[in-house]
Design a protein. Structure first.
Length: 65
């Protein structure tokens, strides 16, 4: 795995189950939708990356919020 790719465990805001996403730290701040690996519902992710390329926050929300 690339040095810029970092796995993160997140809880689905729909079903509550934990699944793993892979964050590309070289891409800067990100907002994207990825389906839950368990219930397949669309989860909106907000990823914050600081100036050093470290992940400072990962937020998983329902798409309809």
């Amino acid at each position: 795995m690339s040095e810029y790719l970092e796995p993160r465990d997140v809880a689905c805001p729909y079903c509550g189950e934990t699944f793993t996403i892979v964050v590309d730290r070289s891409a800067g701040n990100q907002r994207y939708i990825e389906d839950c690996a368990v219930c397949c519902r669309p989860v909106l992710f907000d990823i914050e990356i600081d100036a050093e390329g470290d992940i400072t926050d990962v937020t998983a929300r329902r798409e309809d919020e």
